[in-house]
Design a protein. Structure first.
Ligand code: PMP
Length: 416
């Protein structure tokens, strides 16, 4: 068989990959940076940084408005980025890709627009889970103003897995939407998302998937999942901040009214009445994050050089290594032990506050997250104020994990 250029994938080699990320070469507090907070945001390869610099240096103009070369060229690059996203998640059409600021804005868009469409009545129910990020809780609470959408919450087991029997029993005639996280940012659990979608669809209920943590870890195919909505953030897949994606099925997006009004989303405006543009522009009021979209396109190109399975397998190897090494530490407990897990590890150490752990290891240049990770309900579920969290990407190494372990041993000694 003859491979096309796109089929020939670059062999994954962690040391080569690290050279693509200039920040990994820097020092923090006199030590080499050990960046283990990838669930919060990922670092950017030089190709993404170059795409942003190139755009602002040579190509900057506003899009969709000018008939001159630069404006048309900027428009072409912005729309080309949309096509890259469409291919990346296997949407049917580029008009199903709405550029937003990130996962948070994507979910707010859906909640606000569906409420305005009167898709929800007061007292209708949205099913979420106990492991949702605040971005998939608060928008539903505020969408209706004083009229309330009720949240029904799928409980989780002690290991951090969804209770699917409980999920099924929550569905009733008031259930209007299931809105669920694909991978938990605080537990690492990979939810059985296809099963969740199938159960909802058997009752004709649409499903929104918060893919913020899933999209960096493995290939997502929205058609295979039959997702009605899929939301993610560019900055978590090695792209810029301030750009993200809402994917929605055409028939749903067509039915939904605009989220924001302004320039670029209209066809005609009078003081009496406005008519709106087609998808996707109906949902992109005002000057969008043009450079951000182009940078996201560059991040997708970067990822597409590799076989995503190679990256995923390597991250799983790191996850297993880190889990085993962390458990060597006396008094350390991992929070979230689902069978299907991504490379996100929350932990606590007896008698030591997570903030102390984070602050002390930072003195050796080791960056982990400490706190509630914008998932306060899951902290309440485990009766914890906070956890420490190491989240690994394909540019991390076993030797960085070893440095984390040395750092944690130092913390233990200080508190002994
Ligand atoms: N959902 C999940 C699961 C997340 O991890 C995050 C980011 N921590 C968000 C939503 C919100 O993403 P953003 O802040 O990029 O909008």
């Amino acid at each position: 068989m003859i491979n096309t250029i796109q089929d020939v994938k670059k062999k994954f080699d962690v040391e080569d990959v690290r050279k693509d990320f200039p920040i990994l070469q820097r020092a923090v507090n006199g030590s080499e940076l050990v960046y283990l907070d990838n669930a919060a945001t990922t670092q950017k390869p030089q190709a993404v940084i170059d795409a942003l610099t190139h755009y602002y240096t040579y190509d900057n103009a506003n899009i969709h408005r000018g008939l001159y070369f630069l404006s048309e060229f900027a428009t072409e690059q912005y729309e080309n980025a949309r096509l890259k996203v469409k291919e990346f998640i296997n949407a049917i059409s580029a008009s199903e890709i709405i550029f937003v600021r990130g996962t948070t804005e994507a979910i707010n868009l859906v909640a606000t627009s569906l409420w305005r469409e009167k898709y929800f009545n007061e007292g209708d129910e949205v099913i979420i889970s106990n492991m949702e990020h605040h971005a998939n809780i608060v928008p539903w609470q505020i969408a209706g103003g004083r009229k309330k959408i009720n949240l029904k919450v799928i409980p989780i087991t002690d290991d951090g897995e969804l209770d699917l029997n409980a999920y099924e029993s929550l569905i009733n005639e008031k259930t209007k939407l299931v809105s669920i996280v694909h991978i938990s940012n605080s537990l690492g659990t990979i939810n059985p998302i296809k099963k969740i979608v199938d159960i909802a669809h058997s009752k004709k209920i649409p499903v929104l998937i918060d893919g913020a943590q899933a999209i960096p870890h493995f290939k997502v195919d929205v058609q295979e999942l039959d997702a009605d909505f899929y939301a993610f953030s560019g900055h978590k897949i090695f792209g810029p901040t301030g750009i993200g994606v809402l994917y929605g099925k055409t028939e749903l997006l067509e039915m939904m009214p605009p989220y924001q009004g302004g320039g670029d989303m209209i066809r005609t405006v009078t003081f009496e009445k406005t008519t709106f543009d087609d998808l996707p522009r109906k949902f992109e009021a005002g000057t969008p994050n043009i450079a951000g979209a182009i940078g996201l396109g560059a991040a997708i190109d970067y990822l597409n050089q590799f076989d995503r399975n190679d990256l995923c397998n390597y991250e799983n190897e790191l996850l297993n290594y880190a889990t085993a090494r962390l458990l060597e530490i006396d008094g350390l407990k991992i929070i979230g032990n689902a069978k299907e897990k991504a490379s996100v590890i929350s932990f606590v150490i007896d008698g030591i506050h997570p903030y102390d752990i984070g602050t002390i290891i930072d003195t050796d240049g080791i960056a982990i997250r400490t706190g509630h990770h914008c998932t306060q309900p899951i902290m309440n579920r485990y009766n914890l104020p906070a956890t420490a969290r190491a989240s690994l990407s394909f540019y991390n190494t076993k030797s960085e994990i070893d440095k984390l372990i040395v750092g944690l041993q130092k913390v233990k000694k200080m508190f002994a």
